[in-house]
Design a protein around this ligand. Sequence first.
Ligand code: 5GP
Ligand code: MN
Length: 335
Amino acid sequence: MPITPQQAAEFEAVLARTRKAVVTTHMNPDGDAFGSALAMSFFLDRRGIDHEVVHHDGHTPFTLKFLPGVERIHQTWRDSEEPDVAIVLDLNNLDRIGMPQSEFIATVPTMVLIDHHVPHQSPGDLRLVDTSSPATCLILFELFKHIGAKITPEMATCLLTGIVTDTGSFRYGNTTTAAVEAAAELSELGADIVKISQESYMKKELASTLLLGTGLHKMHLEENGQLAWTVLDSPDFEGAGASEEHAEGLTNELLSINTVQIAAVIRQPPGRKLRASIRSREQYDVSAVARLFNGGGHKNAAGCTFTSSIQEAERDLIVELKKCLASSTSTSRKA
Ligand code: 5GP
Ligand code: MN
């Protein structure tokens, strides 16, 4: 459900008593994460609310470096006075903030959470959650309109980046007319949609393309071509000169094969956690599979982290993905 005027008024009420705010979002940021955090930061500036943007990674992915305001993002809270309000964006599971930042956020007295993921926990004192929305940036856009906030060209660029990237440039099934209309309005307000799309999709580092090559070379295709997956280990990343961010988009490449219904990339960059990204076509709910491994996400785009070995993770995940494929196939046949 879209957020209501009542919820927007509650947000205003929190702002009215905020002394200092900390804004944060999830690890391994995407355009919606940094786009929403920076749009919120510019908004708080205009409101005259003292704040800092704190983020786990300490590194801006290449494709997000063009965002206005990225230099505001730091790993630690710098002010001597502690924040009294935390604004948490684009996540519903505080673990995804990453340590030690998640521990710090948990000490802040009031938390506002703005998100579009299906919640299986309910953190936050004020929750502006719309699971039907394709992007947190779209929820923010609607929130800013509800409260009559002026949207500057910088804010418009940040918001449109989140909408463009979370809908895959309006190609994914989560694309709504509200998203397309917002894109038109944000363009009017000064966001350059061509630049955003080019920066997000048409300029990547060589390491991304080399890692894609390795991923495609190692691809498995089973279940009559309906299930595709690949496993990238540390040496694969090293061979491509790649890090975690360069795996972004790879799962969608596997899913773009016409027979493929479910695709997964299991990966472990050097020194990082073992994770899987899962993508599916409309009728297959891969967020349910991710939840089996303590992950989550959306019906057609989900992820999880493993503590087991790569071999065990691959075996266990593929068993569940095959079950998902079979159950959805039998459901759709019955229907
Ligand atoms: P990605 O594959 O791009 O990392 O993530 C796809 C979607 O699943 C994103 O919406 C992301 O927020 C969600 N997701 C990825 N990893 C996790 C996880 O470990 N836990 C939860 N709850 N969601 C995740
Ligand atoms: Mn998002």
